[in-house]
Design a protein around this ligand. Structure first.
Ligand code: FES
Ligand code: FES
Length: 157
């Protein structure tokens, strides 16, 4: 069986397992990108969210066969960017990180949102983050953080 070739955080990799393996499991177990969290494994919580060719996907719902030729970005790759620095500062400023379990997926959801809409209204932020569940913050701090990042990151998105 041919290996599945894809780009992970900017580096070309070749996965030698089954095309039916879940991207979530492969990211965590094979490539040790453990920012990707396992919550529900049913596409309901967003803890496993990553960007696939710039589109937010729940990696628990993506089979490796669909990953061939694509580019996957996780927090391990995103955290070295200027956009992340703006989001990080805003999340810290609003105490929008508590236990932290949801945050990698939440930040990547924010990145996907701001890439598509650099100046979102509050309802658009809530809609953009609606696939990502947080048990701790009540969401307002996260929404305020993303709104502030959008203003302070002027020109980055
Ligand atoms: S673990 Fe993938 S959406 Fe919950
Ligand atoms: S900060 Fe704990 S789940 Fe969101």
């Amino acid at each position: 069986m041919d290996a599945i070739r894809f780009i992970l955080n900017g580096k070309e990799v070749f996965y030698e397992g089954s095309a039916s393996d879940r991207l979530l499991d492969v990211l965590r177990n094979t490539y040790r990108t453990t920012s990707v969290k396992c919550g529900c494994k049913e596409g309901e919580c967003g803890a496993c969210a990553v960007l696939m060719d710039g589109v937010l996907v729940n990696s628990c719902c993506v089979a490796m066969g669909a990953v061939e030729g694509s580019s996957i970005l996780t927090m391990e790759g995103f955290r070295d960017t200027k956009r992340y620095a703006v989001l990080d500062k805003a999340f810290a400023g609003f105490s929008a990180v508590q236990c932290g379990f949801c945050i990698p997926g939440m930040v990547l959801a924010a990145e996907a949102l701001l890439s598509a809409n650099a100046h979102p209204k509050e309802e658009e932020i809530r809609e953009g983050l609606s696939g990502n569940l947080c048990r701790c913050t009540g969401y307002n701090a996260i929404v305020n953080a993303v709104s502030t990042a959008a203003k302070e990151g002027n020109g980055l998105w």
